[in-house]
Design a protein around this ligand. Structure first.
Ligand code: FES
Length: 84
């Protein structure tokens, strides 16, 4: 079973597998802490890669140019569902 996480940004939700494209490590610093200090980017705790929240693209670090694996979401009646 693979872990996922969901980020809420500006009224939108983005879901990704909790797997860094660099080594496959999980991303969070501590439980449910996936963002950098400014809460503007997803940050990998292992080697500090930074990812755009909206796209999952890595823009800094050892996996620059790679992306987190996104999952499609459906929001209905104030509930979030994975569309898989
Ligand atoms: S494991 Fe994420 S940047 Fe290396």
């Amino acid at each position: 079973m693979r872990e996922i996480f969901v980020v809420h940004k500006d009224g939108s939700f983005f879901a990704y597998y909790n797997t860094c494209p660099h080594t496959g490590a999980t991303l969070e610093w501590q439980e449910n802490q996936f963002l950098d200090m400014d809460n503007t980017l997803i940050q990998c705790a292992t080697h500090d890669a930074l990812f755009i929240i909206d796209t999952g693209e890595c823009i800094a670090g050892p996996c620059t140019g790679d992306s987190l694996e996104a999952l499609p979401l459906i929001i209905e009646s104030n509930q979030i569902h994975l569309d898989i």
